[in-house]
Design a protein around this ligand. Sequence first.
Ligand SMILES: *Cc1c(COP(=O)(O)O)cnc(C)c1O
Length: 231
Amino acid sequence: MSVKQKYKDVQAAINAACKRVGRDPELIHIIAVTKYVSIERAREAVDAGVVHLGENRPEEAMAKHDALGRIATWHYIGNLQSKKVKKIIHAYDYIHSLDRLSLAKEIHKRTGESSKVKCFVQVNVSGESSKSGLTPGETLPFIQKLADYPSIEVVGLMTMAPLTDNKEVLRETFKSLRELKDTITAKKFAHAPCKELSMGMSNDFEIAVEEGATFVRVGSSLVGHDKEVRA
Ligand SMILES: *Cc1c(COP(=O)(O)O)cnc(C)c1O
């Protein structure tokens, strides 16, 4: 199936999920996660109308960015080592994996006083040891400390749900992230408007949309899956 058709299918599924819960589909941004596919396939996605692309490894992220340029909005969705920040920071529009102060410090250092980097704070809602991210309890104090790094704008929270088909577990995970986000939004921090929710992947994006996602990160179901990559 073409990327174009798959993109229509994902959009239709999002529209249906929005309808079930009375949300406006315009508020949901689809990030095509291209980490499993070639540059050509990523270009096909853009030609099909995709505007957000997501990558999770610095080298591949820059290869895709350099080949395709500013035709898309770029999302860095993977673990980010501090030493790799300088490589991607001027090319990528959003960082979805801010999870420690040392990383915040490096992002700030590489950005410069006058500009802002849109960051999601990654939360490990389910508490699985294999996943990165802060615990829900650590998240608010962490965000308060980010005020020390003025280039960082906390646009929202991001999570990865557990690998399970149990819909209730998935729903609870997304709901918890939304509640945490609402708590932070209510604080009205100047550096952390925190209005967005980056949650939902191929397996679970419809539930994520029902629970308030504003950015879904869809790889396999949208652009396919041609190669293995480390998480
Ligand atoms: C790979 C990845 C995705 C997309 O995964 P699919 O299951 O293929 O949709 C989304 N988010 C993150 C952080 C990823 O690493």
